[in-house]
Each structure stands twice: as C-alpha cells, then as structure tokens.
Ligand binder design. Structure first.
Ligand SMILES: [Cu+2]
Length: 328
C-alpha cells in the first residue's frame, strides 16, 4: 500500500520535476543510505544527516558546487498547517499545527530498508529523501540535485489530520519553511530581489537588514539572489508554482503571511522552529544588518489542500518546493 502511495507522488509534483514524475511511475530503485554521510553527484558535493537536534527533518550541510561553497546548511524546521474550521479565527478548526520531522516520526514504505533513501532519475537528477508520518499526514521530504546546477528542496504531503463536519471545514493550507543558510563562496553575502508585475514593469530591492517579504498579488515573476559581493558568484532563488501568501481576515487570517525572510546568522538562532503554530518567524528585533553578512534565507511554501471525497477515499499527493540555481 505504501509503495502505491509513493508512486503517485508524481501526479501533483511541480512542473520542474516532470522528469522525476515520469520516472517515479516506474518505481526507481531505492538506494539505502545511512542516517548521515557525504556524497557527490556531478559537480555537487554535500553531507546529510537527520536533523534530530532541532527536529528539522532531513538536513544537508556543506553543499558545494564545483568545489565552491553554496550552503552551509539546508533544513526544513517546520510545516505550519491551518484548517479552515468555521473560519471564525486563526485557531478555528483542527490545529493549527507546527509539524516537525525527526527520527521519531520517520517511517519506511514498501521496499525501504533505511530511513534515508536516494534515487536517481536518469543521469541528470538525484533525489535524497525521508518519509514521515505525522498525525494523518504522509510526508515525503526531498532534495533534488540536477547535474545542470539546480537544487530543489521539496515537500510532498498526503492525507488528512482532521475530520470535521461540514466537510468544507477540512480545507487547509500547508506552509513548509525551509531554512537555507547560504554561504555563497564564503559567509559574506548580500540578498536582492527582482520583481516583475503584470504589465511588465520591474522593481528591485536590497535586503540590507533583517526583514520579510510578501510577493504582491500582481507579481508575475520574482527572483531572489544571494551573492558574494567581491567574487560576484550568485545563486538565483524562485518558486514559480508557489501560491500567494495569506492575507488578513477570514478564513486564513494572515496565517502564512510571508514568502521569504532574511536573517543574520546566529548560532543561538540555529535551533529549528522556536515559535508557536500561529507565530510568524521571529528573530528580527532589533533588525540587524544583513548586507555583506552571514545570511540565512527562509523560503516558505503555500499549499492549499481543499477537501474532496475522492481525496479522502484515496489520498492524493500535493507538493511545494523552491528552486535554487547556481550560476557559475
Ligand atoms: Cu493537506
């Protein structure tokens, strides 16, 4: 049964993973991986571990491209989930939840003999992933490495953690948070974005101090960059399939109100998700300088999951992820 669940991962995967989707249907061999280790794939090299210290899922460390540092660490500290309930407030209905993946909720589907698994889709795409069950949810947390220089953190979810009536109260939104601790070339980095809106005009912004950003409703494309100020080495960050963040008022009450946050790295803040289910990301008072500093880029997915009888009878997989392109 679980093997079947994994196979249908592809039905709702992001457009960028169509290759993976097509291949998933043919049940790529699962490569058992230890709980921690290091490996290479094309010009990529990285280490991984299960993030038990902070309950932050499958964690990557020391991610390099052509020998040059890209990320000090990548993790997924929380998936915030809000149900609609009777739409009367931010805590209406089931939850809200702040789900965290760790060894205690990892499971193994059919054919899986280790908690961490890898799969290869042709010569050009590697996946490393864990499978977790939290409440009524099946969660598949994956990272994709493309030989072209693309890196994608991804979360797949299926199932229901609520059985309210009327059924429309079971509509909910998932908000996975990825903590991307970039060290592009070295710890000294700067963050920018370029925003295109309907009509074609563009605007640019520099994240010179700790802040968050909500992509406006009229945006047609948003690209963030993290760059080393001297070498010019740059990564581009996008999430073209993401939904809009939540606005205030019924029924979502601004629950997932941001798309990204930028924070200055502090060891004392590398502790996973330290906030409640209804809280936004903290650690910005006072707002510290993030220009040419060691920065942490938080990217947030917004994924609406509306109740249907078909999805209750045979849970569908839904996914959300971000794209990081290395440009050197
Ligand atoms: Cu869901």
């Amino acid at each position: 049964m679980l093997a079947k669940k994994l196979r249908v991962v592809c039905t709702r995967a992001a457009a960028t993973l169509l290759l993976a989707c097509a291949s998933l249907a043919y049940a790529q061999p699962l490569l058992p991986m230890p709980d921690s280790g290091s490996t290479t794939f094309g010009d990529w090299s990285f280490s991984w571990e299960i993030g038990n210290a902070n309950d932050e899922g499958l964690v990557l460390k020391n991610v390099r491209w052509k020998g040059v540092k890209v990320l000090h660490k990548a993790s997924m500290p929380v998936i915030r989930v809000k149900y609609r309930g009777d739409a009367s407030g931010i805590d209406a209905g089931c939850g809200p939840y702040n789900d965290k993946i760790h060894s205690g909720n990892l499971e193994r589907f059919s054919g899986q003999t280790t908690d961490v698994i890898a799969r290869f889709f042709g010569d050009n795409l590697m996946e490393i992933a864990v499978f977790s069950e939290i409440g009524g949810y099946d969660l598949y947390q994956a990272y994709y490495f493309h030989r072209s220089g693309r890196f994608e953190p991804m979360l797949y979810s299926s199932g229901w953690s609520c059985s309210d009536n009327p059924k429309s109260r079971n509509d909910h939104k998932h908000h996975p948070y990825w903590r991307l601790d970039f060290d592009v070339d070295s710890v000294t980095n700067r963050v920018r974005h370029a925003l295109t809106v309907s009509g074609g005009s563009m605007s640019f912004a520099a994240y010179t101090s700790e802040s968050g950003f909500t992509v406006p409703a009229n945006a047609t494309a948003t690209v963030w960059t993290v760059a080393h100020p001297n070498s010019g080495r740059t990564v581009r960050i996008q999430s073209p399939s993401n939904e809009r963040a939540d606005v205030g008022g019924s029924p979502w009450f601004g629950f997932g109100s941001r798309d990204v946050h930028v924070r200055r790295y502090k060891g004392a803040e590398d502790v996973g998700w330290a906030f409640s289910a209804t809280s936004q990301l903290g650690w910005f008072t006072p707002a510290e300088v993030t220009e040419n500093q060691d920065v942490v880029f938080w990217s947030i997915g917004h994924l609406t999951h509306l109740w249907t009888q078909a999805d209750e009878d045979n849970p569908h997989w839904h996914s959300r992820g971000w794209i990081v392109d290395v440009t050197w």
